[in-house]
Ligand binder design. Structure first.
Ligand SMILES: *[C@@H]1O[C@H](CO)[C@@H](O)[C@H](O)[C@H]1NC(C)=O
Ligand SMILES: *[C@@H]1O[C@H](CO)[C@@H](O)[C@H](O)[C@H]1NC(C)=O
Ligand SMILES: *[C@@H]1O[C@H](CO)[C@@H](O)[C@H](O)[C@H]1NC(C)=O
Ligand SMILES: *[C@@H]1O[C@H](CO)[C@@H](O)[C@H](O)[C@H]1NC(C)=O
Length: 443
């Protein structure tokens, strides 16, 4: 018997776990100190049963600028009274936070920054001058300012703040009272926010991260959006990459894209490659490796399409080939026979196994090609972040001497090896982002 039921039978009332309504909103911004104190209004949200309301405000002051992080909403964290913490005392760089978790409707009603910030006279200045900057991008053009008298050192570092699935990266330069890379003074968490600090500029590269898989008839003609839904903090020695692979067999085309961190294959490079065709099966790729924050930011497949040859619609030749493009499937049941374009002379049948950059998938391909025994990739083993393995039959001249290909049901060995990654790929295909390697959330 549940203890609640027992208590109920005994006539003792048990407080019901009720679903709360909480104030709800998020703000992450670098502001001019003259704009403080801040006031805000937020919307409301109905929480799940048993959840509490949460208020989190963090202010980092840095001379004329203030970094403001405000999170209001529902939480499963344990309730606690107002908690004001000075993580790093000023003058110069200072960090303070206000947190509260409470269990009443709309109890997270903090609506100003006043608990953490009161107007104060400018501090007495000393003689040290430091670049002062708070920026999500670059501090290259930071203004150099005279520090307060107690601030004897210049700080230069990077913070990564993560909360729930989101993260933001902030470059910080300013005046501080001690040497070293210890702006956070031991703080690792502020409510739901986890904080990381480093002063090693190489270690803090942030990249866009995401994968894309599209099939359609006209991906060689119509650009599609290529966005990434999250960000990733790279490990030391990694760079940002973005890779887009286009395969077109005429009736159908496939775009596979990946963005993220990658072991530095090349430092800064950008390449467009036409691996095969036209005429016939087109395989083309765009690959970029770059070394500044979120530089893997191509927003559309036009980065590749604009560089493709645009032959006039080719006249049909007199060859016919089975044509198919199939991800996670086999072509044998799906082939349509088409008239090949002029200039092609053989039928291709094979597959390309793609792995890396967050996905793993075999692509079955049938179509018209221009050369006998032609490989679509000509031995290429890497396309941007992808490792590629191609396996193909000798190209066939239909009706000619070459033996007709009839797959005997047994997939070639590499294919089987790739099927191990299929769950991941399928999840991707169905658009369930949770199965993609999530952002490495520091918890
Ligand atoms: C901050 O605000 C002050 C007063 O409104 C203004 O003079 C100054 O230019 C602002 N600074 C920045 C960086 O926007
Ligand atoms: C660093 O943190 C300790 C305890 O958490 C605190 O006593 C100290 O004042 C902090 N130092 C600065 C410079 O804020
Ligand atoms: C295929 O690769 C070989 C050796 O890497 C090269 O010599 C040849 O030109 C390539 N063929 C095509 C069609 O690119
Ligand atoms: C975080 O990601 C998980 C899995 O993708 C998702 O279920 C959850 O709703 C996300 N949370 C927020 C606050 O976006």
């Amino acid at each position: 018997m549940s203890p609640f039921l027992l208590l109920a039978l005994l006539g003792i009332t048990v407080p019901r776990v009720q679903a709360l309504t909480c104030y709800w909103g998020t703000l992450v911004s670098v502001m001019n100190a003259s704009e403080l104190p801040l006031q805000w209004t937020t919307s409301q949200k109905h929480c799940e049963e048993g959840w509490s309301c949460q208020d989190v405000l963090m202010l980092m002051e840095n001379g004329p600028q203030v970094y403001v992080v405000l999170i209001k909403g529902c939480t499963q964290a344990a309730d606690h009274e107002d908690l004001i913490t000075q993580h790093r005392a000023g003058p110069g760089l200072s960090i303070a936070s206000y947190t509260r978790v409470c269990r009443e409707d709309l109890c997270n009603h903090l609506s100003t920054s006043l608990p953490l910030w009161a107007p104060h006279p400018p501090p007495a200045l000393g003689s040290v001058r430091c670049p002062v900057c708070l920026s999500a991008q670059s501090c290259r053009s930071a203004a150099e300012l005279t520090c307060p008298a107690e601030s004897t050192h210049c700080y230069s570092g990077h913070l990564l703040l993560s909360a729930e699935n989101r993260s933001t990266h902030l470059r910080v330069q300013g005046c501080i009272s001690q040497t070293g890379c210890n702006l956070l003074n031991g703080t690792r968490e502020i409510g739901p926010i986890s904080l990381q600090e480093t002063c090693d500029s190489e270690a803090m590269l942030t990249c866009h991260r995401g994968v894309m898989l599209r099939t359609s008839q006209d991906l060689t003609q119509k650009p599609v959006t290529w966005s990434a839904n999250s960000e990733q903090l790279c490990n030391r020695g990694e760079v940002c990459q973005e890779t887009l692979l286009l395969i077109d067999v005429g009736l159908r085309s496939l775009l596979v894209g990946s963005k993220g961190c990658s072991k530095a294959r090349t430092q800064d490079s950008q390449a467009i490659s036409i691996h095969s065709g036209p005429p016939g099966v087109l395989v083309a790729s765009f690959a970029r490796f770059c070394t500044s924050d979120k530089c893997n930011s191509a927003a559309s497949s036009s980065v590749l399409l604009n560089s493709l040859p645009r032959p006039a619609a080719p006249a049909p030749g007199d060859l016919q080939c089975p044509t198919c493009l199939s991800v996670f499937g086999s072509c044998t049941q799906n082939s349509d026979t088409v008239m090949c374009p002029k200039g092609t002379s053989h039928c291709y049948q094979g597959y390309i196994a793609l792995r890396g950059g967050g996905l793993s998938s075999p692509v079955d391909i049938q179509g018209c090609v221009a050369q006998p025994s032609s490989s679509l990739l000509n031995g290429t083993q890497n396309i941007g972040v992808f490792s590629v393995i191609e396996d193909h039959d000798e190209a066939i001249v239909p009706g000619g001497a070459a033996p007709t290909l009839v797959p005997d049901g047994a997939a070639p060995a590499p294919y089987l090896a790739w099927v191990a990654g299929l769950g991941l790929s399928l999840a991707l295909w169905c658009g369930a982002p949770s199965l993609l390697t999530p952002f490495p959330h520091d918890s």
